[in-house]
Structure formats: structure tokens, C-alpha cells
Write a protein that binds this ligand. Structure first.
Ligand code: HEM
Length: 438
């Protein structure tokens, strides 16, 4: 387990920064000790678990044997009332509100809104340019989509983007609130966001209580309606807006950029994907928005995106804390110890994915063993924004591949992690418009 207090923290962070967590940290230990091994990270004895059976056991026993465990700085910056800190009824209530906006009827209404946001973004940021930073562009776009299409918050996204970025920089930094530290800058940014959000929430509440606005299918409206009914508090509304923007941001944009990278490196897959989108475009009138039915036809594209997230998961895993002594496969995990499940441990296992390091989207044409493909987690904490992320990835890909010729400036651009992965140069892409109808 390494040195007495820090254990293997230094090795872990070093591997993480260079995006070598699997190769330099997990894999050597799995080879030596097996799929379940003990280490010490950030002062906590931690059991790292890998494999579908372990994923199922720990993810589905959330609240019974384990609970999510986040660093102090994340909790302070996302807020104590965000869904990631909730358990029991309060978790169910908040999750129910979020997921209700992503039901079939919610998604049906969302697709045209998303088409408008994406087309506006491309027009503003891609038109008349011959090179763009794909990562920065998709980050800004994801942020806009969460505010405009999910929450229905009418604040100009550009005015809040930089402030949110400052919060994100502090979420995994040491929680030292001294002027000049990343954490203190992030706290200040969080207060600025809170002020804007509280203003927006109170304005909406007054309008809804005064009968000038009705509850609609946007998430902010649903949260404020629950606030008026006394089911949740104002702090819960604020903290969950912040959390959802955080949860959506770097994850979706990384998934999109890596999908483009994979397509650039696998021209055969790109040809198949392009055919799928050209077929969808052919059946649309000029300027006609996509529908949920069109998105459902993007089957191969979703296979490509899933294969990309298998090989390049935006989230490498997540920590839990044992709330009781746990017996698992002959091991005893004492109460208070941490458990870390990792995406790599199953995504790169040939028992679930033959020839695991090769890019083969069509392996997703058939159903995958449950809890073997876990970029979105599983169990009660399964990603609440899964459907939004899927829609965002598919609809953006549609507009880009049907409207632009594109190529990567640096096909072998290194990926760094801090704490989430990102392309080190922002993934610059050369673009030129195609002549299209819609
Ligand atoms: C490709 C994009 C995304 C990936 C890979 C991803 C991944 C994940 C993972 C792995 C978890 C589980 C964490 C755990 O078990 O501790 C999670 C939870 C969550 N995600 Fe996502 N996510 C993505 C996009 C989004 C989006 C777009 C939203 C919302 C707008 C979102 C909202 C959430 C929320 C609210 C939770 C916590 C759920 C709960 O505690 O009940 N995510 N996500």
C-alpha cells in the first residue's frame, strides 16, 4: 500500500496527469494481485474493483453497503444540496425531476431546440473559419445546450461560461480558502453564479406564483414548480443547476472530440457513419430540423460513440465509501474504507470485449453484458444526463459531418488529465464547408 499516509497517491496522480492510469497504475497491480486489490490514496485505504460482477455489486448496493464519496472541495463547490450528496427520498425526488425532462416526450421536444442551438453555434463559431479548436468549441456548445435546451435559462451563455470554468478549476484542488489559491478563486466564482441563479429562480417563482408563467417541460421550470410545492429548497435548485452544468461539461465535450479523433483515424468507420447521416439528410426538406425519429436512425453513429467511450472513457471511475463491513469474493472491506470502481478494468478486458484495444464500433451491434460497459456508471447513480449526452453527441455529429469537410491538425495529439481527460492542444481541426441543403 506504499508509504504510511500518502500510500500510492503520488504514483496515482502521476499516472493520472499523463493519462496513463490504466497502463501505469491499474494494470500492473491487476496483473500482480488480480481484479480486486488494496491501495492507499489521499490518506484513505482504498479497494480498487474491476470486472462486471464487481461493478454490479458495488453500483447496485449504493445506499445499502456503500455511498458516493467526493473530495471536500467538490462538495463545497457543487454544494451540499446537489444530487451527488443526496440519499434516500431526497435523492429520488431530485433524480425524478431531472429524469422527467429526458423522457420520450421531453426528448421529442428537445431535439428541435438542440438543432437550433447547434446550428446557431456553428454559424457563429465555425462559419468563415478554416480552423477551430474542437474541444473548446464543444465545451462552449455543451454549456449552451445545458442552459438553453435542458434548463431553459435565458441568460447569454457567454456571460457565465468563464465563471463556471473557474469553479471547475477548483473542484479537485486542495480545499484551502486563502486568496490566490485555485480553491479560493473557485469559491468566489461559485458566489457569482449563485447570485445570478438566485435572481433567475426568484424571478421565475414570482412569475409562476403570479400566474404570468406556467410550468413547462424545461428543467428550471420543473425545479421551481417543486420549490413552490415545498418539495425542494431554493438551495437545492441552485446546487443542482451548478452540479448538472459541471456533470455535463467536460464529459460530453471529451466524448465528442475523441469520437472525431477515432473517425479521423478510422476512415472506413467514417464512410459508414457519413452514409448514415447523408441518408437522413436526403429525407429532410431544406432547413428542416431533425426529429427524435431521425436521431433513432443514427444507430451506427451511436456504436461509434460507444466504442469511443469504451476506449476513451470521459470518467475513469468513481469512489464509494463502505458504510458497513462488506464481504466480497472472499475479501472483507472494513466500514469506512474507500472503494474505487474503474471503467478501464472492464472496458479493456478481453473477456467482455475481444481484442479490447482495437477500435471496432460494430461490436456494439449486439447487446453487451450488463455492467461491462460503464462510461455512465450504473445502479441508482447511473448518469442522470445519459440521454442528453447521447442526443448532444449524435445531433452535433450530424450537422458537422453533413456540412463540413474536416481533418485533425495533430492526429497524435497527446491527452492529459486534470482531473478529467482533455486533448493537450484543444484538438484544432481544419474545416471547410460542404455545399448542403439543410
Ligand atoms: C458523455 C457524457 C457523460 C458521461 C461519460 C457521464 C458519466 C457519468 C458517470 C460515470 C456518472 C456516475 C458517477 C458515479 O457513479 O459516482 C454520472 C452521474 C451523473 N451524471 Fe453524467 N455523464 C455524462 C453526461 C452528463 C450530462 C449531459 C448530465 C446532465 C446534464 C449528467 C448528469 C449527471 C448526474 C446528475 C449524475 C449523478 C446522478 C446521481 O447521483 O443520481 N451527466 N455521469
Amino acid at each position: 500500500m506504499g508509504l504510511p499516509w500518502i500510500g500510492e497517491t503520488v504514483e496515482f496522480y502521476k499516472a493520472q496527469r499523463s493519462n496513463q492510469l490504466f497502463e501505469s497504475f491499474f494494470q500492473p497491480r491487476m496483473k500482480k494481485y488480480g481484479n480486486v486489490f488494496k491501495t492507499k490514496l489521499m490518506g484513505s485505504p482504498t479497494v480498487v474493483v474491476n470486472g462486471a460482477a464487481a461493478n454490479k455489486f458495488f453500483m447496485s448496493n449504493e445506499f445499502k453497503l456503500v455511498v458516493s464519496s467526493w473530495p471536500t472541495s467538490s462538495v463545497e463547490l457543487m454544494g451540499k444540496d446537489s444530487i451527488m450528496q443526496k440519499q434516500g427520498d431526497s435523492h429520488r425526488c431530485l433524480r425524478g425531476i431531472v429524469v422527467s425532462t429526458l423522457s420520450v416526450s421531453g426528448l421529442t421536444a428537445m431535439v428541435p431546440r438542440m438543432c437550433t442551438s447547434i446550428q446557431k453555434h456553428l454559424q457563429k463559431n465555425w462559419e468563415n473559419r478554416d480552423e477551430i479548436s474542437l474541444y473548446r468549441s464543444t465545451k462552449m456548445l455543451t454549456f449552451t445546450i445545458v442552459l438553453e435546451c435542458l434548463f431553459g435559462i435565458g441568460i447569454e451563455p457567454e456571460t457565465l461560461f468563464g465563471v463556471f470554468e473557474r469553479v471547475l478549476e477548483g473542484v479537485l484542488s486542495p480545499p484551502v480558502n486563502i486568496p490566490g489559491t485555485k480553491f479560493s478563486r473557485a469559491k468566489k466564482a461559485r458566489s457569482e453564479i449563485e447570485e445570478v441563479l438566485v435572481g433567475e429562480i426568484r424571478r421565475k417563482r414570482e412569475a409562476m406564483e403570479g400566474g404570468r408563467e406556467e410550468e413547462d417541460d424545461m428543467l428550471l421550470s420543473k425545479l421551481v414548480a417543486a420549490l413552490i410545492r415545498g418539495e425542494i429548497t431554493e438551495a437545492e435548485v441552485v446546487d443542482n443547476v451548478v452540479l448538472l452544468v459541471f456533470a455535463a461539461h467536460d464529459t460530453t465535450s471529451y466524448a465528442i472530440t475523441m469520437t472525431f479523433k477515432m473517425l479521423a483515424n478510422h476512415p472506413d468507420s467514417y464512410s459508414l457513419l457519413l452514409k448514415e447521416h447523408e441518408e437522413i439528410s436526403r429525407n429532410k426538406g431544406a432547413g428542416e430540423a431533425l426529429t427524435l425519429e431521425d436521431v433513432k436512425k443514427m444507430e451506427y453513429t451511436w456504436q461509434v460513440a460507444r466504442e469511443t467511450m469504451r476506449l476513451c472513457p470521459p470518467i475513469f471511475g468513481s469512489f464509494r465509501k463502505a458504510i458497513t463491513d462488506i464481504e466480497f469474493e472472499g475479501f472483507t472491506i472494513p466500514k469506512g474504507w474507500k472503494v474505487l470502481w474503474t471503467t478501464y478494468g472492464t472496458h479493456y478486458d478481453e473477456n467482455y470485449f475481444p481484442d479490447p484495444m482495437s477500435f471496432n464500433p460494430s461490436r456494439f451491434a449486439d447487446p453487451v453484458q450488463s455492467y461491462a460497459f460503464i462510461p455512465f456508471g450504473g445502479g441508482p447513480r447511473l448518469c442522470a444526463g445519459y440521454q442528453l449526452a447521447k442526443l448532444n453527441i449524435l445531433v452535433l455529429l450530424h450537422y458537422v459531418v453533413t456540412r463540413y469537410n474536416w481533418s485533425l491538425v495533430y492526429p497524435d495529439e497527446p491527452i492529459f488529465m486534470d482531473p478529467l481527460p482533455f486533448p493537450s492542444k484543444g484538438m484544432p481541426v481544419k474545416i471547410s464547408p460542404k455545399s448542403v441543403r439543410n
